[in-house]
Design a protein around this ligand. Structure first.
Ligand SMILES: [Fe+2]
Length: 183
């Protein structure tokens, strides 16, 4: 399996958008906390989060290839279960999320967007200003951050976490790396 440093190097080669890199680091942080909570392999789950959008800039014009190309690039670097999770995080590929890892990635991808959006509407645009109650309200407000798919966030329930627990775990995961995220 690839190391985290190697993964970051690969990302730097293929992803130019700093915002996208931060997004990938955010999803990594959530995936790590989820793995710890569920007794899964933290390093593997973290890498899946970190690398899931590696092909994003290459597949922009053909979104049905997003995830497929990434998995191809990562062959031999991550186990097949991880590659399949990366394919399945994009529903346009037609790959269904079947494993806990695949479902976790989809939930983490979407909750990270909601949390970042919540931070950006705080008075000082800081993650520390976002409380669990704030996040719960933002989750319920369907007009807020519409790109964060609420049904996909609820996939957390299929991997053994209540929605509230998942919101809390994810919020705390991002607060721990707020400096890296610049939030
Ligand atoms: Fe993503």
């Amino acid at each position: 399996m690839i190391t985290r440093d190697e993964a970051l190097k690969l990302i730097r080669e293929h992803v130019k958008n700093e915002k996208l890199i931060k997004h990938m680091i955010a999803v990594e942080a959530i995936m790590r906390e989820l793995a710890k909570r569920l007794g899964e392999v933290e390093e593997l789950w973290g890498l899946v989060g970190l690398l899931h959008d590696i092909d994003y800039e290459m597949t922009k014009s053909q979104m049905e290839r997003h995830g497929i190309v990434g998995a191809e690039m990562l062959k031999g670097k991550l186990p097949e279960e991880a590659l399949e999770a990366i394919r399945a995080h994009n529903e346009k590929t037609g790959h269904e999320p079947k494993t806990k890892l695949a479902k976790a990635l989809i939930a983490a991808d979407n909750i990270s967007g909601l949390i970042v959006a919540a931070a950006l509407v705080m008075p000082h645009k800081k993650l520390e200003e976002v409380k669990l109650d704030t996040l719960k309200r933002k989750f319920k407000d369907r007009d807020f951050a519409r790109g964060a798919n609420r049904e996909k966030i609820k996939l957390c329930e299929e991997i053994g976490l209540s929605l509230e627990e998942f919101l809390e775990l994810s919020l705390n995961a991002l607060k721990k790396i707020s400096h890296e995220l610049g939030l």
